[in-house]
Design a protein around this ligand. Structure first.
Ligand code: FES
Length: 189
């Protein structure tokens, strides 16, 4: 059975999509061949290239080159949504500037990334489990007081690093186990 992907397409200015719609658009990877021109509007994250043993172990591979700056995609991994956001320069700057803020769950922005194949940090590509650390709702992107993620269930605000800044959630959005397979592909799990 093919794996199922969930993905969303967001825009930096957020002008054209209602967040409530945006967060609940589901596309099956197995339908990729039939998407055709639609893939321009809804870039697919393919895990078709993942080896069978990789899939069996519960890992997924995501082509991050398909995620444009200011966009976020959502993949399904072990039953949970994984957000991959290509942050803008302004989002990166805001996250790094707030390293020194009074954080609820202190963590430097740079510590929320794994090294690329060259051993560097790529702060543009943020990978997180898209589950609120309060009671497990799925936060909405480009929202909240810190323009990061907002969980509408009980009002938790996360910043552009996915760190909890306000509301009842106790922890930052989780960084899943992941690694770079190449400069353009990550493996989650
Ligand atoms: S589940 Fe997100 S704030 Fe309660």
């Amino acid at each position: 059975m093919s794996d199922t992907h969930t993905q969303e397409n967001t825009h930096e200015d957020g002008h054209s999509e209602d967040p409530s719609r945006r967060d609940f658009i589901y596309i099956a990877t197995g339908a990729a061949a039939a998407v055709g021109a639609g893939s321009v509007a809804w870039p697919l994250v393919s895990q078709m290239g993942a080896a069978a043993d990789t899939r069996a172990a519960g890992s997924i591979e995501i082509d991050i080159s398909k995620v444009a700056e200011g966009q976020q995609i959502k993949a399904l991994w072990r039953g949970k949504p994984v957000f991959v956001r290509h942050r803008t320069a302004a989002e990166i700057a805001a996250a790094e500037a707030d390293d020194a803020a009074d954080l609820i769950d202190p963590q430097a922005d740079a510590d929320r990334f794994v090294p690329t194949p060259e051993g560097n940090i790529n702060p543009a590509i943020l990978v997180m489990v898209g589950v609120c650390t309060h009671f497990g709702c799925i936060p909405v992107g480009e929202a909240g007081d810190f323009n990061g993620w907002y969980c509408p269930c009980h009002g938790s605000h996360y910043d552009t690093s996915g760190r909890i800044r306000k509301g009842p959630a106790p922890k930052n959005l989780e960084i899943p186990t992941y690694s770079y397979v190449s400069d353009s592909v990550i493996k989650v799990g």
